[in-house]
Design a protein. Structure first.
Length: 274
């Protein structure tokens, strides 16, 4: 998906139609469209030919994009969990694993990267009603596997604003929620984590449209991607004007929420009350 969006920007910058690009690599216009949406695998030769057509002659840039094409065709570790995932979510897991900066706002529940195993199990059971225990455990295992990225040697920076509603809404019993609050307090002290709480007392704020995640990548020529999860699908937005709107909303949420230290105190207060 990242490669496809980059190829689309390069094509549009040169004023080349999808039809012309397809003709150049002996393919159809619809094939170019599917490539740019990240819905088909990439042939290295096709990518190289398109880069030539788009006037990309710098060897470093070409090598970076061709390497991305090779990586795009390799099944990720999450492939083995695909039988218990909605069809739009493996794309997100791949993008999340490639990100160097993850910024998010959550309102319904604690973000998946910060959930304890017990809390995650309660959330998954609620979302997969009627599913067998084996499927529930497999989904929980995926969530825990994702979290390893946050504590790895090349861990991304993670900036999260949690609405107080996510902390007040119980998933699991009292001990599950106490464990989750304690886990948040501990993780909020990690150097790559910036955790803020948007309190009820603030009133209306810029997150009224609901939860969202903004993924940033180490390659400077790759645009940020906004992830919006819906009931039966998900949206991936990478156009600059769309990303800018969500970045503005998140900056306002961060500005209007107590800072990390004050938010940690808020979590401690909730833990004492639980």
């Amino acid at each position: 998906m990242l490669l496809g969006s980059q190829l689309r920007r390069l094509r549009e910058a040169r004023g080349i139609t999808r039809e012309a690009a397809g003709y150049h690599i002996r393919a159809s216009e619809s094939k170019i469209s599917r490539m740019e949406l990240g819905r088909v695998s990439f042939k290295t030769r096709d990518v190289e030919d398109l880069l030539t057509l788009y006037g990309i002659v710098d060897e470093t840039e070409r090598t970076s994009l061709v390497s991305l094409a090779r990586e795009a065709n390799v099944a990720g570790w999450w492939h083995s969990y695909s039988d218990v995932l909605p069809n739009w979510f493996p794309t997100y897991v791949g993008l999340e694993g490639a990100a160097s900066l993850i910024r998010a706002y959550e309102v319904q529940f604690v973000h998946g990267l910060l959930q304890t195993e017990a809390y995650a199990r309660a959330v998954v059971r609620r979302g997969m009603r009627g599913a067998g225990e084996a499927d529930v455990e497999k989904r929980v295992a995926l969530r825990l596997e994702r979290q390893k990225h946050l504590v790895s040697e090349n861990a991304p920076d993670f900036h999260i604003v949690l609405d107080e509603a996510a902390l007040r809404r119980p998933y699991g019993d009292r001990e599950v929620m106490r464990g989750q609050l304690q886990h948040l307090i501990e993780f909020s002290e990690r150097p790559n984590v910036r955790l803020q709480i948007m309190p009820f007392s603030f009133g209306g704020h810029s997150g009224e449209s609901g939860a969202f995640t903004i993924l940033g990548f180490p390659e400077s020529d790759l645009s940020d991607v906004v992830y919006l999860e819906q009931l039966t699908s998900a949206l991936y937005l990478d156009k600059a004007e769309d990303v800018a709107q969500y970045e503005k909303a998140l900056k306002e949420l961060q500005r209007d929420s107590p800072g990390p230290d004050e938010s940690r105190d808020l979590l401690r207060g909730l833990l004492q009350l639980s």
